[in-house]
Design a protein around this ligand. Sequence first.
Ligand SMILES: [Zn+2]
Ligand SMILES: [Zn+2]
Length: 138
Amino acid sequence: MQLIKCAIDGVRPQEKPVTIFWAWRDQEGTRHAYRQRLCIEHYTTNVLALEAYHPAERLTCPACGIDVEDSYIPIYATVYMPGAGRINLELPLCDPCSVRVRVNAEVGSESLPDRSLGVSDATPKPTAWETLRALGRA
Ligand SMILES: [Zn+2]
Ligand SMILES: [Zn+2]
């Protein structure tokens, strides 16, 4: 039994929950960021289909598959899957799907202040040693 409850059903899962950092900008350009923890079951029903998305030459909506090359709403997600590491998702969603994904992302999640541990800031900075090595000096 885990201490953290699933954001959707409020049940403490048996296995470690999946942590998802969601981020998007609204029409005024304000950034919204949320941290959501889901049991494996709700991750599977709510997010897994989006995780399988791969951008093609022409962009299609990851949720419904329509062509969104000329107009889409980008939603970013960083998924921390226990035992599987981190997955970064960039989702070009059509209008109605973006609404649905945002509503689902807000269920039971914590709103994160701008510039906190959000999607774009989650990448660890390279250490000095890694930088030197990248430059061929170590
Ligand atoms: Zn659940
Ligand atoms: Zn769609």
